[in-house]
Design a protein around this ligand. Structure first.
Ligand SMILES: Cc1cc2nc3c(=O)[nH]c(=O)nc-3n(C[C@H](O)[C@H](O)[C@H](O)COP(=O)(O)O)c2cc1C
Length: 225
């Protein structure tokens, strides 16, 4: 392997094959078409999913870029029905209070077309839950290590994770029960880790419906200079 020193550190040669313009267009179109079929699904089948699939998906999330390459993420993978039950009970407790007391009217009105409420059966029905934690700081040889752009890095890793779940042929819902500290307690995470997202993963129910919503067209999201 060809190597070069920069600041006294080894760099390895990186080669990415140069594709034709036609191939670039084809690849980018195909990926867009595939991603455009992704939908948030809230009705899960209990059908099991091989553990290897989940490990591949999480490994894909771990390929995300991160501030100063600190990789400030932890993915907890849960299939134990007792742990899933604990998470559902705690999430529903918080969501019940959120829907009845914490959420302002505008927010509740914005959620109406999505059909969500405090009940979260998917937290038990989905064969797996992934709870993503962001590490505010890390540890190396018992010493505290600074992390940078933690939310940006973990957000990008979650984007990779969601894309990998979809590409594998499964579905998820990006769930953010608020507040989420119950996840740290149930999963016994250390104090440098904060819960970021909760993603049930599995197959959709045989008959599943999703909200009839539109995505903004390119002209609305793109400004050319
Ligand atoms: C940061 C974030 C938090 C979300 N939180 C929830 C949630 O708590 N519960 C839920 O049912 N959906 C949640 N969603 C899913 C959105 O409602 C969904 O992505 C949106 O309605 C668009 O639908 P689509 O994903 O099918 O395109 C969340 C999405 C994001 C990105």
């Amino acid at each position: 392997m060809e190597k070069k020193l920069k600041n006294g550190f080894e760099h390895i040669r990186y080669v990415r094959p140069i594709l034709s313009e036609a191939e670039l267009i084809e690849n980018s179109k195909m990926f867009y078409s595939a991603m455009n079929t992704r939908r948030t699904v809230r009705d899960f089948d209990t059908r099991p999913v091989p553990l290897e699939v989940m490990e591949n998906i999480i490994q894909t999330a771990g390929t995300a870029p991160s501030g100063a390459h600190k990789q400030p993420w932890t993915f907890c993978l849960i299939s134990d029905p007792l742990v899933k039950r604990q998470i559902r009970i705690a999430a529903e407790e918080e969501e019940k209070i959120s829907y009845s007391q914490r959420m302002p009217t505008d927010w509740k009105n914005d959620l109406k077309p999505l059909g969500t409420d405090w009940e979260k059966p998917f937290l038990e029905e989905a064969p797996y839950l992934i709870v993503v934690f962001k590490q505010s700081y890390g540890f190396a040889s018992g010493e505290k290590v600074q992390h940078y752009y933690v939310s940006e890095s973990v957000g990008i890793a979650c984007g990779f994770l969601i894309a990998a779940i979809h590409q594998a042929g499964l579905v998820t819902v990006t769930h953010t029960p608020s507040p989420m500290n119950f996840l740290s307690k149930i999963l016994e995470r250390p104090s440098n880790e904060k819960p970021f997202l909760l993603l049930p993963v599995g197959y959709p129910k045989a008959e599943t419906y999703v909200p009839d919503i539109e995505r903004k067209p390119l002209e609305e999201i793109l400004i050319r200079f």
